[in-house]
Design a protein around this ligand. Structure first.
Ligand code: PLP
Length: 496
């Protein structure tokens, strides 16, 4: 199947005209289409291949202006150097790369320490590809634990009713995957205007003796809000007093907040200081400051991690526990995580996170000042700013229009509907990261004002342009939910 058109040649038809001295853009390869459906027959010089691919990728926009993603878009040169130099090591080969394995264990210990894991309880954990894999593992830990307890309590775990997981409707899609892959009912606690995180008044109504656990979210992807884990722990503790045979435990999905709160809100109690928090995950590639993909999951104790989840691999003549779903992957992200932990130290992390928060709060204040926006989240915990249009904003344009206009200056600022029960509310969100410095925030504010002015003066063909051009910010979420079964996956939502 040739991709050849009348105007483009393909690599296969290249002659031997290119010499080492030929300038890159004088080469045959730069004069033809890059391979698409079938490999080219002949090799291409590396310098030319590099430039062609780089050029092709360069037109997709720059990561710094991508205010959609939670994922790191900057690492310093020495960090990328050590990562590039360790790419060939396979993280799972603990016996062959014991020093790398040692660095991974150190990361688990240090991150566990940030979350107040008590070494006396023998906390355990692992690196993962990201929070998705980490949440899967946290979820499986809950499932295996529940199965054992339920069996011991004489509950029919196979036929009567499926096991269920309780979580707020603002969950990230990995939890839906977890429930679907392992046939678990997803019990969603709806979000409401005055409950934009897990509703503490109703959450326990969703719990029964088939509940494997409750997932609390530290940094709801839609809004950046934190679930009140301390309050949840109190409610769970009261429940557990009444149900000693089938106690409920909490997994905290700290994908974004897990590597943020310890530095900027050391007094916030959400982690292993709480009795019923048995596992926590974070994305090393979000506020853990490493390029994608790395995540972490830690269980508070040996007891919290069911044996079924552990596989043993040989390590230095002995055995080492592994519990990842994935097998082979490069060790470079682990090395990168170790690098940023060591290089920044607690103080360095704190400085970076506080400065990022500062920029996000500046942005929130400016948006408030503009008068037409209702601010849902003003970077109260993590540097997320989330806003909607006021009911009485008196403008004809929608946030989708504003999002489109901002793209013209390179800014990616997604607009999307809120999840279940609030899907009529459209919001827009900025995720500030370390490389979104104040000067860029000032520029964004200027550009927003300019684009809003353009929109205010624009003539609309119809009164309602909402959703006409919905640019697809779908990073894996959804907006409509019906208590865990049928899922509408069409609506664009931001999830990263
Ligand atoms: C981003 C995110 C995830 C998924 O994390 P990845 O590292 O992208 O796999 C899970 N939960 C929450 C709350 C998130 O924000």
């Amino acid at each position: 199947m040739k991709e050849q058109t009348s105007t483009s040649k393909i690599l296969d038809s290249m002659d031997e005209g290119t010499k080492y001295s030929t300038p890159i853009f004088g080469s045959e390869a730069s004069d033809v289409a890059m391979p698409r459906l079938k490999m080219n027959d002949k090799p291409v010089e590396p310098r030319i291949t590099y430039e062609m691919i780089k050029e092709y990728l360069s037109i997709e926009g720059n990561a710094t202006q991508n205010l959609t993603t939670f994922c790191q878009t900057y690492m310093e040169p020495m960090a990328t150097k050590i990562m590039a130099e360790t790419m060939e090591k396979n993280a799972i080969d603990k016996d062959e790369y014991p020093m790398t394995a040692d660095l991974e264990n150190r990361c688990v210990a240090m991150i566990g320490n940030l979350w107040h894991a008590d070494p006396a309880e023998e906390p355990m954990g692992t690196s993962t590809v990201g929070s998705s894999e980490a949440c899967m593992l946290g979820g499986l830990g809950m499932l295996f634990r529940w199965k054992k307890l339920a069996k011991d309590a004489g509950i029919d775990i196979y036929t009567a009713q499926r096991p269920n997981l309780v979580i707020s409707a603002g969950y990230q899609v990995c939890w839906e995957k977890f429930c679907r892959y392992w046939d678990i009912e997803m019990r969603l606690v709806p979000l409401e205007k005055d409950h934009l995180s897990l509703n503490m008044d109703t959450v326990m109504d969703y719990v029964d003796d088939h509940t494997i656990g409750i997932a609390a979210i530290l940094g709801i992807t839609y809004t950046g809000k934190f679930d009140d884990v301390q309050k949840l722990d109190e409610l769970v503790e009261a429940y557990n007093q009444q149900h000693p045979k089938l106690p409920i435990r909490i997994h905290v999905d700290g994908a974004s907040g897990g590597m943020f709160a310890p530095f900027v809100e050391p007094d916030l109690v959400w982690d292993f200081q709480l009795k019923n928090v048995w596992s926590i995950n974070c994305s090393g590639h979000k506020y853990g400051l490493v390029y994608p993909g790395i995540g972490w999951v830690v269980w508070r104790s040996k007891e919290a991690l069911p044996e079924d989840l552990i596989f043993w691999v040989s390590y230095l003549g002995g055995e080492e526990a592994t519990m990842a779903i994935n097998f082979s992957r490069s060790a470079s992200q682990i090395v990168g995580q170790y690098y940023v932990l060591m290089r920044n130290g607690f103080e360095g992390f704190k400085e970076i996170q506080e400065r990022t928060l500062d920029v996000a709060r500046y942005l929130a204040a400016e948006l408030k000042e503009m008068g037409v926006f209702e601010i849902y989240e003003d970077a109260s915990h993590i540097p997320i700013v989330c806003w909607g249009l006021k009911d009485d904003a008196g403008v004809e344009w929608s946030l989708y229009d504003l999002s489109d206009r901002l793209r013209m200056s390179g800014w990616l600022v997604p607009a999307y509907p809120m999840p279940a029960d609030m899907q009529d509310t459209t919001v827009q969100r900025v995720v500030a990261r370390a490389d979104f410095s104040m000067q860029l925030a000032i520029k964004l504010v200027e550009d927003m004002k300019k684009e809003m002015d353009t929109l205010n003066k624009a003539k609309f063909v119809t009164g309602n342009t909402q959703g006409v051009i919905r640019t697809g910010f779908n990073h894996g979420g959804r907006s409509a939910v019906d208590k865990g079964e049928k899922v509408q996956t069409k609506a664009p939502t931001p999830q990263k």
